[in-house]
Design a protein around this ligand. Structure first.
Ligand SMILES: C[S@@+](CC[C@H](N)C(=O)[O-])C[C@H]1O[C@@H](n2cnc3c(N)ncnc32)[C@H](O)[C@@H]1O
Length: 302
């Protein structure tokens, strides 16, 4: 837990934060509206003898009592998908529309890809990229089970993503749910901080800068890019946003979020970031009893 101490200056009620990080997370499933409705999924789970609680801010998310979201018939039928509550935030912020072209730059195992497809009524195109073949197999099997048909998969480094296989046209929107130091997943994976190092944080921030840069360049002027991580480190998060605000044609947008959050921080460890980073949102475990997350919405301006 020591790595978390560095966040004491920026996290309010730090003891509540620490204690929330020690509690396990309740399992949550997302209803797959490509195959069913929230009402039918709720009935199916109840028929299977599974009690559930609604998640207040999102009607399609259901909290289950046991850690077995895969062991029931509604799951096998592709009516539901296990997805942590905060992990459903980035796709709702991106808000893709049916018929659009969307790039999911770091997509595997596909929780957000399949959520994007559902938000698009399975129409238009989602290009799902990942550089890890094993994780892409999981993505493929998730898209099949959930009945998604508008997804094309590419196995490549997102920093060098080519538009050519898809006609060369820029995207309307891109989701950049990057690899990160994963500090916010500690409630799900208590060992996650055992291998923490500042060197890893700084290294992965460099990868994130490259992927976010490519996503901005691959999205049309006026298009939307959402950047998200499941970590607290400002060297990633605000540091990465500061870099692209300086180097690329983009700006950060304000957006609504139906969860408690704190604004992005403009200063960290002697560094000052572009004031726009305040428009990003930090979601802490003790505010909504969730995992930790960071989300920012950008508009491409050139
Ligand atoms: C946070 S996970 C993505 C989770 C996914 N969006 C979901 O909701 O299921 C980050 C992903 O980025 C992939 N990745 C890491 N470096 C990459 C790169 N340079 N290009 C493309 N994908 C990369 C990892 O293999 C991993 O699957």
């Amino acid at each position: 837990m020591d790595a978390l101490s560095r966040y004491e200056p920026i996290v309010d009620d730090f003891e509540a934060f620490r204690s929330a990080c020690r509690r396990p997370l309740p399992p949550v499933v997302r209803v797959n509206t490509i195959k069913t409705t929230t009402e039918r999924a709720r009935q199916g789970l109840q028929e299977a003898g599974i009690e559930l609680d609604p998640v207040e801010w999102h009607p399609g998310l259901l909290r289950l009592p046991e850690d077995q979201p895969g062991a029931n018939w509604p799951y096998s039928h592709g009516w539901i998908h296990g997805q942590e509550e905060v992990s459903a935030v980035p796709a709702t912020v991106l808000d893709p529309q049916p018929g659009e072209r969307v790039w999911d730059a770091t997509a595997a195992p596909g929780s957000k890809t399949t959520q994007l497809a559902a938000l698009m009524d399975d129409r238009g195109l989602v290009v799902a990229t990942d550089n890890n073949m094993g994780r892409l197999s999981a993505l493929r099997s998730n898209t099949e089970r959930l009945g998604v048909t508008n997804v094309a998969v590419t196995n490549e480094d997102a920093r060098n993503h080519s538009l050519k296989p898809f006609g060369g046209e820029l995207y309307d929107r891109a989701l950049v749910d990057v690899p990160c130091s994963c500090e916010g997943t500690i409630r799900k994976n208590p060992d996650t901080l055992e291998e923490w190092s500042l060197g890893h944080v700084e290294g992965i921030a460099g990868v994130q800068k490259g992927i976010l840069t490519r996503a901005i360049q691959a999205t049309r002027e006026g298009g939307t890019v959402v950047y998200s991580t499941c970590t607290f480190a400002p060297e990633e998060n605000e540091g990465v946003l500061d870099h692209v605000l300086e180097a690329e044609d983009c700006r950060l947008l304000n957006f609504e979020l139906p969860l408690a959050y704190r604004d992005g921080v403009t200063e960290w460890d002697g560094e000052t970031f572009d004031p726009q980073v305040e428009r990003a949102k930090r979601i802490y475990p003790h505010h909504n009893d969730t995992g930790g997350f960071f989300v920012a919405k950008l508009e491409v301006t050139g």
